[in-house]
Design a protein around this ligand. Structure first.
Ligand SMILES: C[S@@+](CC[C@H](N)C(=O)[O-])C[C@H]1O[C@@H](n2cnc3c(N)ncnc32)[C@H](O)[C@@H]1O
Length: 221
């Protein structure tokens, strides 16, 4: 990876992965506690050294995915077994492991063959997720990975409603997941799901701590 920058496995829209080195120029050399009220996909905290990490986001699904991945970091083998089982159950492509997309489909749909191949399986996974009484954060993560632009979006009725994306679980995803597993085992972050003001109000800061703010640009925060 260029300049040792690692990418978050949430592939978050607006993530700071590409400009992390510019951002870090403004950080002190030593940080005791790194505090992020708008953590999003987490690509900033992943690339920062500190003793403690307090990470918050208002989006409960984002925090649930971070917590699920942190728990999976204890035993990534079990996580990847679950990935394999879901890929098999829904007949999804999984290019990190093997290329199962027929050459004919690739020739016919040169730029969209992943979306064509995964559409039915993805829609079944999405429908199972939406109908489930006890929705699985792991399946939400799989929807994110195989979904349009790797985003999370729910409609007014509370159903996940993004269409299939033209992506699959590839080597970049695996690298991002493995980096995340390694780093969170070391950093041991604490997660919060609060409005940023409530979060900041309950943190006791010292002069050695750093609060990094990356609020949404177009929302009324
Ligand atoms: C620009 S993104 C942060 C991107 C992040 N730095 C990254 O690299 O992935 C802004 C985040 O703020 C969160 N957010 C929006 N309003 C918020 C609020 N009132 N309190 C806390 N978080 C909020 C959004 O859910 C979103 O994840």
């Amino acid at each position: 990876m260029k300049n040792n920058v690692v990418r978050s496995p949430l592939f978050y829209v607006g993530d700071k992965y590409k400009i992390i080195n510019e951002i870090k120029q403004y950080f002190p050399d030593e940080i005791h506690c790194f505090v992020e009220p708008f953590v999003g996909g987490g690509s900033v905290f992943m690339n920062v050294d500190a003793t403690d990490f307090l990470l918050n986001d208002l989006d409960k699904n984002i925090i649930a995915i971070h917590q699920m991945l942190c728990e999976s970091a204890v035993n990534p083998t079990i996580f990847y077994q679950k990935v394999d089982a879901v890929v098999k159950q829904y007949g999804l492509s999984c290019s990190y492991k093997e290329d199962i997309v027929p050459e004919e489909l690739k020739r016919e749909f040169v730029k969209t063959y992943y979306a064509r191949f995964n559409k039915l399986g993805y829609e079944k996974m999405r429908s199972d997720y939406n109908q489930s009484k006890d929705r699985s954060t792991f399946i939400l993560y799989m929807l994110l990975i195989y979904g349009f632009n790797r985003m999370i979006r729910f409609n007014k009725s509370g159903d996940f409603n993004l269409p299939v994306g033209n992506v699959d679980l590839n080597q970049n995803t695996i690298k991002a997941l493995n980096d995340y597993f390694c780093l969170t085992e070391i950093k041991n972050p604490r997660w919060y799901n609060l409005d940023f003001e409530d979060f900041i109000n309950q943190v006791t800061l010292t002069p050695d701590d750093l609060v990094y703010l990356a609020p949404p640009l177009f929302d009324n925060v």
